[in-house]
Design a protein around this ligand. Sequence first.
Ligand code: SAH
Length: 230
Amino acid sequence: MKIGIMGAMPEEIAPILEKVGEYKSTDIADNTYYEANYNGVDLVIAYSKIGKVFSTLTASTMIHHFGVETMLFSGVAGGINPALKIGDLIVADKLCQHDLDITAFGHPHGFVPGGSQFVETDASLRKLAFDVAKEMGVALQGGTIATGDQFVHNPERKAFIESTFSADALEMEGASVAVVCHSLNVPVFILRAISDTADTDASFNFDEFMESSAKISADFIMKMVERLER
Ligand code: SAH
């Protein structure tokens, strides 16, 4: 079993690379992919760079070039659901693209013909996450994650995303990775730790908490990897 582990930013995969210790680096299309073996599991690790386009490229490359059979994403997000505080973990049940808009033609937000408004993640990976959380005594929440090519730091945009998609958190890569994996029949799991709450002070909170939240998410992902079959 070959597992892909993606982040968007270097800080999101740094704790993972540190944990695996030794790896082989390969550069493809302006990204570096790190191949490692951890506890008998073959891993391909990479950060994509920020946003839907780069994360799509990285997810596709991991699957087509490296033969990744399961995809795990680890990173940070802005919280929408008030139950999510900075440092809390959210597992995406489903994801949507909040900035995809052909509503002019009568379609719902986030929908294009041939696609779907929401894309679901793999149920057995989600179950594994909740088992691991229970074992670790860590609080884990499931919910909807909205993805778009915007750093949201404004209450109106946040309210729009909450009311339109009933989203619990928002970020910039999850839905694109999930769409790629869904289309290519690769089970996908998206985990995020909250770095900010997408309000006017989001960029300050992000700068302060991004690294610590990225590590919370990465550490949890590695606990899951330890439980995956080899
Ligand atoms: N500080 C970075 C930019 C970060 S963009 C720089 O200058 O390079 C925010 C990143 O964290 C994205 O990868 C996104 O997935 C996630 N994220 C965290 N909070 C977010 C928010 N409020 N809105 C959108 N994405 C957010």
